[in-house]
Design a protein around this ligand. Structure first.
Ligand code: GLA
Length: 456
């Protein structure tokens, strides 16, 4: 993840992201039609960008970024010529740090915090008017090496609470949302509650999830607090079971009055094999009934086992984006979609040596809306089309977190938590409107809400 290779850019490409000429005769008509939506059939910037199209619908499109690659100083001075920076600035209106806000990046030693790269992202976002998702406050991976030897049953709860207070507190009032807990469910571990046998579960106990959410709510009351999970998209037996366990966890949290506002569906999908469908739509609608938003948090499309050249990959990848985002963005409680990276030049799928990432022919993957040379791929047009067809979100961007006072049980006090949540959550303070898109052309207000789509 987040390797250190450099972008494959020629000088000619600096300062602009251009659309490739035709990618081959195999490109289906729907991709050609989507392309011709822009200026002269080729526009991908300014009013033709993903951020502009998303803003028109009241949505957010964004990407995981590597803060050290962002030319923050150039953006501040209004003269950046860095192609990656311009691409991020021009296409995304919500950002997430690919690695820079994980424990391993923020906690070089047990007593110290290192906020350099995280602050860099926040500075960039403040300059560009982008929203930011915090990722993540509690995960079984990306823990620093000292954690194993330092964390014990006696101190882990305090470690978790202190970390969340410090990190979420530092960016209080600046976050669109926080992935408070990442990937806590794993039915394969065989527990009745479906929880993963993670270090947090082992050291704190199963209520570490409640502790994390309550700590995050105390530290940053205006961020939408999110539970983020992977492999819950498909209707395969394993993923149906996992999705069901995630729903049980969400119900448990709601029933206990725990402040949670959204569920993140990571959406690392594959171009071949089964695709998401009715089961996930049902999950999204159940979440809506519980007052939860759903975010597509980490989308990319893996082609490691797909045969064919770049054109065949591009078509298959674009089809997944079209079908998946078309399905998800039709739901009024899905207002946000992010890809895990923006260019294949820096995709974790091209940096991983795992067999599930490596292509048999040795060629590079093309899982994102922009390729290694920062040219728009057919996936770009598929995303833009899905955004254009999206239903307006139920809750406008920037609105206060959803609170659902209809808990089934009285909330229980969580040991070691800085707050005890009342049964009916108090009104959240209003969140100030997002800053204007200072470096972008004015974007017209969202059109009126569309009538609900026919049920599937
Ligand atoms: C998970 C994590 C991300 C990232 C991806 C890809 O989905 O949530 O932070 O690490 O894996 O590696």
């Amino acid at each position: 993840m987040g390797g250190t290779g450099t972008l494959r850019l020629t000088r000619r490409q600096c300062g602009r992201n251009v659309l490739l000429a035709a990618v081959g005769a195999a490109v289906p008509a729907w991709i050609e039609a989507a392309r011709s939506d822009g200026d002269e059939g080729q526009g991908v910037n300014g009013p033709d960008s993903l951020r502009a199209h998303a803003a028109l619908r009241g949505l957010r499109y964004g990407a995981a970024v590597i803060p050290e690659l962002l030319d923050v100083e150039g953006v501040a001075a209004g003269n950046t010529t860095d192609a990656y920076t311009q691409l991020v600035q021009g296409q995304a209106n919500i950002l997430v740090a690919e690695n820079a806000m994980k424990w391993g990046a923020l906690r070089p030693a047990a007593e110290t915090f290192e906020f350099g790269q995280a602050d860099r992202l926040m500075h960039f976002a403040a300059l560009t008017g982008d929203a930011v998702r915090g990722h993540n406050l509690c995960w079984h991976e990306a823990l620093p090496a000292w954690f194993k030897t330092t964390a014990t049953k006696d101190n882990a709860r305090k470690l978790l609470v202190d970390h969340i207070q410090t990190v979420a507190g530092r960016y209080r009032g600046q976050m669109h949302s926080w992935d408070v807990v990442n990937e806590a469910v794993n039915p394969k571990d065989g527990r009745a509650d479906g929880l993963r046998n993670s270090p947090w579960l082992e050291l704190v106990g199963p209520d570490y999830i409640e502790v994390a959410f309550q700590s995050a709510a105390a530290a940053d009351p205006s961020a939408k607090l999110t539970y983020n999970e992977y492999d819950i998209e498909l209707d395969t037996p394993e993923q149906i079971e996992k999705r069901g366990q995630v729903m049980l966890l969400l119900r448990r949290l709601k029933a206990r009055g725990i402040p949670i506002h959204a569920v993140g569906v990571q959406s690392h999908l594959k171009a071949d094999g089964p695709q998401p469908g009715a089961g996930l739509v049902d999950f999204v609608r159940q979440a809506a009934k519980m007052g939860l938003e759903v975010y597509v948090t980490e989308m990319d499309v893996n082609t490691h086992s797909l045969e064919g050249g770049p054109e065949a990959q591009d078509v298959a990848v674009a089809r997944v984006y079209r079908d998946y985002l078309g399905m998800m963005l039709a739901e009024a409680n899905v207002p946000v979609a992010l890809t895990w990276g923006i260019t294949s030049a820096r995709s974790w799928l091209n940096e991983s040596k795992q067999p599930w990432a490596r292509r048999g022919d040795g060629s590079r993957q093309r899982p994102l809306p922009f390729d290694d040379e920062l040219r728009a791929t057919p996936a770009f047009f598929a995303i833009r089309n899905a955004v254009d067809g999206a239903r307006a979100p139920a809750i406008p961007p920037g609105a206060a977190p959803v609170t659902d006072p209809s808990g089934l049980y009285k909330p229980f006090p969580v040991q070691g938590s800085p707050t005890t949540q009342p049964a009916t959550a108090p009104a959240q303070p209003a969140v100030p409107p997002p800053p204007p898109f200072s470096t972008h052309p004015a974007i017209p207000a969202a059109p009126p809400a569309q009538p609900p789509p026919p049920s599937r």
